[in-house]
Ligand binder design. Structure first.
Ligand SMILES: [Zn+2]
Length: 165
């Protein structure tokens, strides 16, 4: 490897295994390894998506876009998921949303740049260590983020009842 990118044939990594590991209805289309990063390109396997406003399914694709998500590391290497997602026309004439973006709620919140798994880890680091120390440990764990992001994740956590349980 010696710093050069090594592209693996997908036959070396069974796609169903990777889909199970990632935990949602996405199929791998490409895989790139570098000394510090594993990048996996994924595309949805579902032919349609639900409108987030009216809930009606649509298979009428308007356009496609890419979304990059940081996921938990593999063997000490950062893991980046490159999602090829779709925008759909809502087929419900009475719906106020005409075009909507495909969402993967099992993987990440809308507009998030990391998976829910990574957000949970950052929040845990924030509760245990605070912003700056949490950020330094996150970098060591191959899930780098800023101290501000860690503190924001802590602040967004709903307060729990003290003495419950
Ligand atoms: Zn709709």
């Amino acid at each position: 490897m010696m710093g050069a990118q090594l592209k693996l044939a997908l036959v070396m990594l069974p796609s169903h295994l990777l889909s199970q590991l990632i935990g949602t209805h996405l199929s791998p289309t490409d895989l790139v390894l570098t000394p510090n990063l594993i990048a996996v390109a994924l595309t949805p396997t579902e032919p349609n998506a639900l409108c987030p406003v009216c809930g009606q399914p649509s298979d009428d694709v308007h356009s496609r876009y890419r979304r990059l998500l940081a996921d938990l590391p593999i063997c000490g290497r950062q893991l980046a998921l490159i999602l090829s997602l779709r925008r759909f026309f809502c087929l419900n004439a009475g719906c106020r949303r005409h075009i909507f973006c495909e969402r993967i709620p099992a993987l990440a919140a809308a507009h998030a740049r990391s998976t829910t798994r990574v957000a949970h880890l950052h929040r845990t680091l924030g509760f245990a260590l605070g912003g700056e120390p949490g950020s330094r440990l996150a970098a060591e764990l191959a899930v780098p983020t800023s101290a501000d992001t860690i503190l924001r994740r802590v602040k967004c956590t709903a307060p729990q009842k003290l003495g419950a349980g």
